[in-house]
Design a protein around this ligand. Structure first.
Ligand code: NDP
Length: 248
């Protein structure tokens, strides 16, 4: 795990990932680099870790400081050690449906759906948000499970009309309490990816839980829903990476 700078949220995420590794018996190393670390130095570190046989997975906690080119960093990680599945090769593999890793958050959402006994096939699935790390891969995974998928974003017109048609609604917007109960179809499955910090400390999702839970058939809480699943999927990807590399 590599963390550059001292963003408090990133620090919490890295600590949680480190703890999860300990709990699973996965050896981990943390590289905490100062915010002014030159891009070249970070690339050299990734190169060294790419070459170390005993390291199966490499994760650079995002966001990185502005002077560092995020795309360059992601592309520098060996695709077979890219346990976040952000490398363009892994993104392409997800597109064609032939993948070893899936980005951890959308993978966690799919696991929640599967474990709850919900069949995606033929369902109207609406994903609000189209980021490369959540919205887009989420839509692709729902499509692979034969959902009829609509992706919404900031330019979408009549958003409530779209969300109200969803049997499965995934919110990944980054705006606290954005999806209200009256935007949800009665009985729908509502998955809240959002993690927003308000009033200094409190964590809330992108869905207004109080109004949404009265309408939804199933709903994930924040905190405690998708967040822990993301970390569990990171562990799963790391084990998968170790297996794939061992089989080579
Ligand atoms: P981004 O900011 O990258 O993307 C947000 C998306 O929401 C964009 O596609 C944007 O549209 C869309 N959006 C913004 N405003 C609106 C609007 N008014 N109507 C409809 N769509 C809108 O965020 P991320 O995908 O990285 O993260 C989303 C949320 O998930 C955040 O709260 C983040 O903290 C959380 N998160 C949680 C994780 C977990 O482990 N649970 C992991 C990763 C993220 P456009 O593209 O047009 O700008």
């Amino acid at each position: 795990m590599i963390i550059v700078g001292d963003d408090p949220a990133s620090r919490v995420y890295v600590n949680n990932k480190k703890k999860a590794c300990e709990e699973c018996g996965i050896y981990s190393e943390e590289y905490a680099l100062p915010a002014n670390t030159p891009e070249k130095e970070l690339l050299e570190l990734i190169d060294t870790l790419n070459g170390r046989k005993e390291i199966s997975g490499i994760l650079v906690q995002l966001p990185v400081p502005e002077h560092i080119d995020e795309k360059k960093i992601i592309s520098a990680i060996s695709p077979e050690k890219d346990v976040d599945a952000f490398h363009p090769i892994n993104v392409g593999k997800i597109m064609v449906g032939d993948f070893d890793f899936v980005p951890c958050t959308p993978a966690g959402v799919m696991e929640l759906i599967a474990e709850s006994g919900i069949d995606v096939s033929g369902k109207e699935c609406v994903v609000v948000g189209r980021s490369n790390i959540v919205g887009k891969p989420q839509a692709m995974l729902l499509l692979h499970k034969n959902g009829t998928v609509t992706i919404c974003h900031s330019k979408t017109k009549n958003l409530a009309e779209k969300t109200k048609a969803a049997d499965i609604l995934v919110a990944a917007v980054g705006i606290p309490n954005f999806i209200k109960g009256d935007m949800i179809k009665p009985g729908a499955v509502v998955i809240d990816v959002g993690i927003n910090r308000i009033e200094g400390k409190k964590l809330v999702g992108d869905v207004e839980f109080e109004s949404a839970e009265k309408v939804a058939g199933a709903i994930t809480p924040v905190p405690g829903g998708v967040g822990p699943m993301t970390i569990a999927m990171l562990m799963k990807n790391t084990v998968r990476a170790a297996v794939v590399q061992a089989e080579k």
